[in-house]
Design a protein around this ligand. Sequence first.
Ligand code: ATP
Length: 202
Amino acid sequence: VQFTKLRLSGFKSFVDPTELIIQQGMTGIVGPNGCGKSNLLEALRWVMGETSARLIRGSEMDDVIFAGTSKRPARNLAEVALVLDNSSRRAPVAFNDHVELEISRRIEREAGSAYRINGKDVRARDVQLLFADASVGSRSPALVGQGRISTIINAKPGDRRQILEEAAGISGLHSRRHEAELRLKAAEGNLVRVDDVVGQLT
Ligand code: ATP
């Protein structure tokens, strides 16, 4: 799946609506210190469903909203949209009738985040799984921030395995298995309870 556009508005230092065209191949971002390079990477992570404020350099989620400068007032809303080219039809079945997918996340101060895929309200989990299945994701090694290369080289075997599994496109399966196991456990608990009830009746 190819990323084609990234749109930001009110996100960190990108207070005015900004659109970036992402072309095929590797994308590098250059610019002077403090101009917002890392903020762009964080916008990508954020729209993919990142829920850890620490990983997007904030102490709470509202910190991604433009906080204001001496010249401009703060905003109450931030929005990031990522457009994907789905002509290879690798998106999950539910969204596969679209050649272009637009995933967006919006946050309002003190009101939390809302996600959409092609204008339809979805859960954070739907967005996270979409990217996991496409072998990318907010924690993907495909997003290389400062210091990330040495992190991968020095990773513990378990962590490195996670990187490989993600590259192989199976990390979405892992999280589905975990969910299935939880449901199975709940069902087993219910069965025990039913047995108890049956035992009392006979
Ligand atoms: P470096 O090369 O030092 O990492 P950079 O180009 O990656 O710099 P960033 O760290 O992405 O730059 O951007 C930092 C800038 O974004 C700072 O000027 C900071 O004030 C601004 N910034 C971050 N969060 C917000 C926010 N919520 N509201 C307004 N500005 C913000």
